[in-house]
Design a binder for this molecule. Structure first.
Ligand code: IMP
Ligand code: MG
Length: 174
């Protein structure tokens, strides 16, 4: 197998420092409340763990796995639930934890589904955002980094299921 060349875009120290900052914001914003984190699998898993370790308010977590209809790298407006949440979210302060927001379609569709389950509040926290690629408007409360329109891997993000375990954000050089 050919080894891909990966260029570091955001190194581990920088990612960890920024997650610290965002966690502190969340601790402040939700002070006195209980937070329910929803990890969007698989990409959100690494970020959610790091974020959750730094949150000091009462916390619960659940996991969801959605996939877009249609093929390849383009996601359609509808998502298919491959693994649903284990618990109801009615009355909870829900924070969706995402790896990256690209077109915004996956997230918009997911938000619609979750809003229909009557949470007390519903917000989004993403590790990465590619604002140049946005097609549908989504309201993102916490974003760690805006990045240029490049395909990135690491910290949960994959290229063909590879590189999720890299402790930094990198660009696969093609
Ligand atoms: P959206 O519906 O177009 O916003 O798609 C978001 C999803 O596409 C993310 O949850 C990722 O799974 C995937 N994705 C988008 N950009 C990248 C990237 O640069 N690297 C890895 N996965 C990506
Ligand atoms: Mg993916």
């Amino acid at each position: 197998m050919m080894k891909d060349a990966i260029r570091v875009l955001i190194d581990e120290e920088e990612v960890d420092a920024r997650i610290n900052m965002v966690a502190q914001e969340i601790n402040k914003d939700y002070y006195g409340k209980t937070l329910h984190l929803i990890c969007v699998l698989k990409g959100g898993a690494f970020f959610m763990c790091e974020l959750a370790k730094r949150i000091t308010i009462p916390l619960s977590m659940d996991f969801m796995y959605v996939s877009s209809y249609g093929s390849g790298t383009v996601s359609s407006g509808n998502v298919k639930i491959k693994k649903d949440l284990d618990e109801p979210i009615e009355g909870k302060n829900v924070l969706i934890v995402e790896d990256i927001i690209d077109s915004g379609r996956t997230l918009k569709s997911l938000c619609g589904i979750l809003r229909g389950r009557n949470p007390e509040s519903l917000e989004v926290c993403t590790l990465l955002d590619k604002p140049d690629r946005r097609i549908v408007d989504v309201d993102v409360k916490y974003s760690c980094f805006n990045i240029p329109d490049e395909f990135v891997v690491g910290y949960g993000l994959d290229y063909d299921q590879k590189y999720r375990n890299l402790p930094y954000i990198g660009v696969v050089e093609i």
